[in-house]
Design a protein around this ligand. Structure first.
Ligand SMILES: Cc1cc2nc3c(=O)[nH]c(=O)nc-3n(C[C@H](O)[C@H](O)[C@H](O)COP(=O)(O)OP(=O)(O)OC[C@H]3O[C@@H](n4cnc5c(N)ncnc54)[C@H](O)[C@@H]3O)c2cc1C
Length: 395
C-alpha cells in the first residue's frame, strides 16, 4: 500500500454529488490534501436530478438544528456562487426568486395562515397574499387560487451545473478529482481507516489516506459492510416544460406539484416521494399528476411543449430521517456526510463547512449533535416514517 504522505492524499471523499464536491472544495481551500472519487461523473446522482430550490421552512417535524443547517447553507450560497463564477470560471444560475405556496380554497388558506405564524416564530420572513395579490405577482395563475404564503427569501439555482462547478473549483483549489472510478471498499486496520480500495475497469488499487469522508448519497450504506449505515433511496420523479417567454417568475408550490422557472425558459415540475428502491424509471402516473396539478394552477401551460422527464434517489436515514454528519464511532478516521433527503442541495455548503471543522478539530457554530452517526447505528433495522406519496414538495 502506498503511504498517504507519498501520494499526497490525507483525505479521500467518496461520492461526487453536491455534498461530496462541496466537501472537497472546502477541504482544498483549507489546505488539506484531498482526493474525491466519483464512480460516474460529478453530479451523476440525486444532485443533478433535484429541483434546485433553496427553501428552508420551519415545521413541526423540523428540529431547530436542522433548520439552522439549512439556513446556514442558504446563507453561504451567494458567496459560493460568486466564487464559482469568478475564481473557477463556472457560472451557475442562482436567483432569489421568492416562493408562493398557493391555497385553492379557504380551508387551505386558513392552514397556510397558521403555517405563516410558525415561520415568523422561527425568524423566517413570510407574507400572506390574497388571491388578487397572487395574480398581481403572477398573472398566469388561475382565478380559483384564493391566496398564498410568500417566502421572499426562497431561491433557486441550476443544480444540474452545481456539482461539476464545485468539482472544477475544488481542482483549482488543489484537490484531485477522479471520475469514472468506484470505491469498492475501505481499508480498515486496528480500528482505524488506512485507505480505500478502488475498483473498476482500471483494476483494483489501494489509495492510502488517514481520513475517509463517505458522501456516497443513497449508496452510503453500502460502502463497506464493516461500516454499514442505515441509508435508503427515496425516489423523486420530475419533468420539465418549455415556456417562452417565461410564464412564471417565482417558485410556485401547491398540493401535487412545485413549479420552478429557470432563466432559460424551462419550467421544472416535481416531485414524487416514493419508496421504490433504486428504480429511476419515470411513470405515466407521476407525469399525469404533475401536469394535472400544473394546468390547474397555471392554465396557459397547456400550450407549452413537454421537454424532459427524469428521476433521482434522495438519500434518507431509515432510523429517523435526519442527516448523518460526523465521525463513525467504529472506525477512527471515517466520517459520514449523507442522509440529506429532500434538502441536500441547500445543505451542501453547510455540510462541507461542518465536515471541514470536524476534520480540523475546530469548533463549528452549528449544533451537529442530532446528526451524529452513533445515534442511528444502534438500531439500523428500523424503518419508520416514509409513506409513499404521489407528490410532496418542497423537494
Ligand atoms: C427529484 C428530486 C428533487 C430534489 N429537489 C431538491 C431541492 O429542490 N433542493 C434541495 O436542497 N434538495 C433537493 N433534493 C435532494 C437532493 O438532491 C439530495 O439530498 C442531494 O443531491 C444529495 O446529495 P449527495 O451528494 O449526498 O448525493 P448524490 O448527488 O446522489 O451523490 C452521491 C454520489 O456518490 C457516487 N457514489 C456512490 N457510491 C460510490 C462509490 N462506491 N464510489 C464512488 N462514487 C460513488 C454516486 O455516483 C453519486 O454521484 C431533491 C432530490 C430529488 C431526487
Amino acid at each position: 500500500m502506498s503511504d498517504s504522505s507519498q501520494n499526497g492524499t490525507d483525505v479521500v471523499v467518496v461520492g461526487g454529488g453536491a455534498v461530496g464536491c462541496a466537501i472537497a472544495l472546502w477541504l482544498a481551500r483549507a489546505g488539506v490534501a484531498v482526493t474525491l472519487i466519483e464512480r460516474d461523473r460529478p453530479g451523476a446522482g440525486a444532485s443533478s436530478a433535484a429541483a434546485g430550490i433553496l427553501v428552508p421552512e420551519a415545521g413541526p417535524d423540523v428540529p431547530p438544528a436542522l433548520l439552522a443547517l439549512w439556513q446556514r447553507g442558504q446563507a453561504l450560497f451567494p458567496d459560493l456562487i460568486d466564487y464559482l463564477h469568478e475564481d473557477a470560471g463556472f457560472p451557475v444560475e442562482y436567483r432569489v426568486a421568492g416562493r408562493l405556496v398557493l391555497a385553492l380554497d379557504e380551508t387551505r388558506f386558513a392552514e397556510l395562515r397558521e403555517h405563516a405564524a410558525l415561520q415568523q416564530a422561527a425568524g423566517i420572513r413570510v407574507e400572506l397574499l390574497d388571491g388578487n395579490a397572487v395574480r398581481e405577482a403572477e398573472p398566469a395563475i388561475a382565478a380559483k387560487v384564493t391566496g398564498a404564503i410568500y417566502f421572499p427569501d426562497h431561491a433557486l439555482l441550476d443544480n444540474g451545473r452545481l456539482s461539476a462547478a464545485l468539482a472544477a473549483a475544488a481542482v483549482r483549489a488543489g484537490a484531485r478529482v477522479q471520475a469514472s472510478r468506484a470505491v469498492a471498499g475501505l481499508v480498515l486496520e486496528d480500528g482505524t481507516v488506512r485507505g480505500v480500495r478502488l475498483g473498476g475497469s482500471a483494476g483494483t488499487e489501494v489509495l492510502a489516506c488517514r481520513t475517509v469522508v463517505n458522501a456516497a448519497g443513497s449508496w452510503a450504506g453500502q460502502l463497506d459492510p464493516r461500516a454499514a449505515l442505515p441509508v435508503a433511496p427515496v425516489k423523486g420523479q420530475m419533468l420539465s416544460l418549455l415556456t417562452w417567454p417565461p410564464l412564471l417568475r417565482h417558485i410556485v408550490s401547491a398540493p401535487g406539484v412545485s413549479l420552478i422557472p429557470r432563466a432559460d425558459g424551462r419550467l421544472l415540475c416535481g416531485a414524487t416521494v416514493e419508496d421504490a428502491g433504486y428504480d429511476t424509471r419515470v411513470t405515466a402516473g407521476a407525469a399525469a399528476q404533475f401536469l394535472g396539478a400544473a394546468l390547474t394552477l397555471v392554465p396557459p401551460l397547456r400550450d407549452c411543449p413537454l421537454e424532459s422527464t427524469w428521476a433521482g434517489l434522495r438519500p434518507r436515514c431509515t432510523v429517523d430521517g435526519l442527516l448523518i454528519i460526523g465521525a463513525d464511532p467504529r472506525w477512527e478516521g471515517l466520517y459520514h456526510a449523507t442522509g440529506h433527503f429532500k434538502m441536500g442541495i441547500i445543505s451542501a455548503p453547510s455540510t462541507a463547512e461542518a465536515i471541514a471543522h470536524l476534520i480540523a478539530g475546530t469548533s463549528c457554530d452549528l449544533d451537529l449533535t442530532p446528526f451524529a452517526p452513533d445515534r442511528c447505528l444502534a438500531s439500523p433495522s428500523s424503518t419508520p416514517g416514509l409513506t409513499n406519496r404521489p407528490a410532496d414538495l418542497p423537494a
